[in-house]
Each structure stands twice: as C-alpha cells, then as structure tokens.
Design a protein around this ligand. Structure first.
Ligand code: GBH
Length: 464
C-alpha cells in the first residue's frame, strides 16, 4: 500500500456496543432493572415484544467477545457500563454491587491484556428504574445530578487506574427527545416540554461529572473525558432560501443545542427563539461548568439527511422534513432496513470537516454503521455476506481518510457499530447492525464479510 495516504500510527479503531443491547443476564449478578427493562415490559413498546433479558448474552460470553475483538485486530473497544449493575438502586446512598464492579474490572483487564484500549461509556440510556420510581429520574435536576456524579465517581474510583477514555452520555438527543418527547424510547413520555428539561439536566450531570473527574481523578489517573453526540450531516433539498435556512435549523435542533453549550457555553439563537421559555437557562455558575466540559468531540453518525422547510411539522426538530431524496428525484445512496438510514460517504466527510472547523476539538467517531435491508429475514449463511454493509464501510472509511489526510480534520478514532448483532431498542431483534452474526437460538457468533473488510482496511491504512 506504499504511496497511498494513511492514518497516523496512533489512530484507534474498533467496535462499539452498549450494556443493555448486549449483556443480557438482566437479573443476574445483583443487577436491578433499568428504565429499559421496565419499558420493554410495557406491551406495544418493542416491535417484536422482546427485551434485553438475554440479548447477545455478553455478560456470560464476554471472554469469547474479547477473543473476537482480538481476531479482528482492533486497537480499541467502546462499551458501556450498566449503572444498575454497579449501583442497583442507583442513588448516592444506595449500596454498591461488588459483583458488578468485578465483572467490568475483569473485562477491562482482559482487554488490556490483549492490547485493546477501552473507551467506557457511563450512560448509554439504561439509567436505574429505582431512580425513575423514586423521583422521576432525569426530570429531577438536583437529585439526578448528585446521583449521576456519585455513580461516575464510583466508576472512576473502581476503574480509572486502567481506563483512560471516558464518555459521560451516549446521545443526549435520543435520551431526551425519544424518551420524553416522542415516547418511542424509555421511559416513553410524550410531550413538548419535558424533553427540553431532560436535555438540560443531562448537560448539567455530564458537566458536573467531568468537573469531578478533572478535580479528583485526572491528576492521578491522567485520562480524558467527554460526551458523545449524535448527528447526521444535513444538506438542503434545493437552493431556495427557506430550505437553506431549514438546513441550518435542523443542525441547530439536533447538534448545536448540545454542542454549543458544551464547547461555547450557550444555546443556539434559533432554538431559543422557537422554544422560548420552555428552554431552561443556565445560571452563571452552571454555564461556567458546562462550557469547556468535553476534552474531545464524541460523534455518532450514520447517514445524511436532505432537509426541507416544514412549517406545520415537528417543532422538536425545528420544523423540518428529513429525507434522502434530492429535488431531482434521486436517492443519496443504498437504502438500509431503517427509513432514516441510507449510505452517503461524502456527507460524513463534510460533517467531520464542519465539526473540526467549528469546535476545534479532536474527534472520535464513537459509532458508525449500517443495517442491511432484510438481513433478519435470511439465513445466517446469507446474512454473513453483508455486501451493503461492507460497501457502506468502504465509503465511510474513504471519507474518513480524506477528511484526515486531505482536509486536515483531527480525527483520532473510529468505532464501527456494532461488534455484534444485538437488541436494537424499540425494534427488538428485528434489525441487525453487527459485523458479527449472532444466532439468537445458540448465541453462536459468526464474522460477516464487513468485519473482514474493516480489519483489512485499517491494517492497510494506519501507519505501521
Ligand atoms: C445509535 O443511535 C445508538 O447509540 C445505538 O445504541 C443504536 O443501536 C444505533 O444507533 C443503531 O440504531 O425513528 O424518529 O425515532 C443512532 C441515532 C437515533 C438514529 C434515533 C435513528 C431514530 C429516529 N439514532 N433515530 S426515530
């Protein structure tokens, strides 16, 4: 591969997972329910009526999964901790579950033993049901901040000597908007006010946890800490002023509303104007703590959206219509199993450039992946030849390489979503994102073609 551009030697790549989506053993090892356990038991919420009770059985098969990671040649692995496995009831005065600590400690040691750098997410949506029952969970600002910071500190204390990369929350947009706006996700609240409060409280809890890490742990442990936001690149449907403005508004309602407070200390003007006094305000002290509270930009991104103004549409996304069809009728790329996801590598390159220019923080792509259409309806033998996923990764790695080597964006890591087929939230087991096939009857893991593609690509495109 001589002569071809490559990523720097220190570039980290690997796969991402999340506790509730892979672990299973929901009532084993001292774990208590999270809001997702409760949500899954509510009829009609999960498309196939399933839950994460067993999932990809990774609580039991974790060692096999590390072997898998090693066989793929990854340099890093991003996974999340289950809060209610570590502090079952969740609160600052509640007991710590040593069995939970031990489980993650052993996993971390095995990763390090295999030369794999852990990226640990503290909160990937499965907050303790105990706190939800007790005081309303993320809606209760003072209580949840204290309990979240306590949980974070328990984790820094238990694992911080061997974990150098921390992520506070995964996708606060999803937690707030889907959990407390559309009600598609746990805890299933519907409305147009609560989700702004929850988003605000997530930002504060994140910021206070980062403050605690920087003051009490970082001096001795020396790691970095940040947040992961989700964002799809946006392009206007046509060059009409209202669609161009709608495109900027779409980005503000998805990304800037989280990124600007964190990296610049304020909510964006477009959001303030539309939401008015339903958008909470930061006190001067809070603002100072939120601003600058992420050492890096954690980015989950899957696709690009073509944006049109939609005056009668959904306020919570900024009165825009999102699609993949251009004004000339063509599609951006290959359709996935999900309406919201089509392949479009050039959008990824633009997004990386935009984030680097706008926020000037090193970027880690903490999730990126594809759900092949109909993959759940074919045999395992057919599913492992996941051509559309491999082609997706081919486009996205190319865009990544261009953004880094041609455009100068400071991207330091890339995690494919996901290591395994797993519990896909409201879609249960009907949609698969894994580079590894999981046969849910036997829990047998089989690498798909996309896994081979990424292993080879990164082997060829990182300086030796
Ligand atoms: C990621 O979110 C999650 O972090 C991960 O856990 C998940 O498995 C993965 O996506 C694949 O889905 O239909 O209006 O409810 C990515 C961001 C947010 C994109 C929710 C799709 C659905 C919008 N996703 N969104 S809606």
């Amino acid at each position: 591969m001589s002569g071809e551009a490559k990523l720097p030697k220190e570039f980290l790549w690997g796969y991402a997972t999340a506790s509730y989506q892979i672990e299973g053993s929901a009532s084993e090892g001292g774990r208590a329910p999270s809001i997702w356990d409760a949500f899954c038991k509510t009829p009609g919420k999960i498309r196939d009526g399933s839950s994460g009770d067993i999932a990809s059985d990774s609580y039991r098969l974790w060692k096999e999964d590390v072997v898998l990671l090693t066989s793929y040649g990854v340099k890093a692995y991003r996974f999340s901790l289950s809060w209610s496995r570590i502090i079952p009831k969740g609160g600052r005065n509640d007991p710590i579950n040593e069995e939970g600590i031990q489980f993650y400690r052993t996993l971390l040691e095995e990763l390090l033993h295999n030369g794999i750098v852990p990226f640990v997410t503290l909160h990937h949506w499965d907050s303790p049901q105990g706190l939800h029952d007790k005081y309303g969970g993320w809606l209760n600002k003072d209580e949840i901040i204290e309990d979240y910071v306590n949980y974070a500190k328990v984790c820094f204390r238990a694992f911080g000597d061997i974990v150098q990369n921390w992520i506070t929350h995964n996708e606060p947009w999803c937690v707030s908007l889907l959990g407390y706006g559309s009600g598609r996700f746990a805890p299933g609240h519907v409305g147009d006010t609560e989700h702004w409060i929850v988003a605000h409280n997530l930002l504060l809890a994140h910021a206070y946890a980062v403050k605690a890490y920087r003051e009490e742990f970082k001096p001795a442990q020396g790691g970095q800490i940040g947040i992961t936001l989700d964002c799809q690149w946006t392009i206007p449907y046509d060059d009409s002023p209202e669609n161009v403005e709608a495109t900027a508004r779409a980005l503000d309602f998805k990304l800037t509303r989280f990124a600007d407070p964190i990296y610049r200390g304020q909510y964006p003007a477009r959001v303030k104007t539309i939401i008015g006094d339903r958008l909470p305000e930061f006190s001067p002290e809070e603002r100072a703590i939120v601003q600058g509270s992420s050492d890096f930009f954690g980015l989950n991104t899957y696709t690009t959206h073509v944006i049109q103004h939609d005056g009668d549409g959904d306020e919570s996304v900024g009165f825009v219509k999102m699609g993949h069809t251009r004004s000339d009728g063509t599609q951006l790329g290959t359709q996935s199993e999900f309406d919201w996801l089509q392949t479009y590598g050039p959008g990824f390159r633009n997004l990386l450039n935009y984030l680097w220019k706008t926020y000037q923080k090193p970027i880690y792509v903490t999730e990126n992946g594809f759900a092949v259409k109909n993959e759940n309806n074919v045999t395992s033998q057919e599913a492992i030849h996941d051509k559309d996923r491999a082609e997706y990764f081919e486009q996205y790695t190319k865009a990544l390489l261009q953004a880094v080597t041609e455009d100068g964006a400071d991207v330091r890591g890339y995690f494919g979503w996901s290591l395994l087929d797993n519990f896909e939230w409201a879609d249960g087991y009907l949609v698969r994102f894994g580079v590894t096939r999981v046969d849910y009857d036997t829990q047998r893991r089989t690498p798909k073609d996309s896994a081979a593609f990424l292993s080879k690509w990164f082997k060829d495109h990182i300086h030796g």
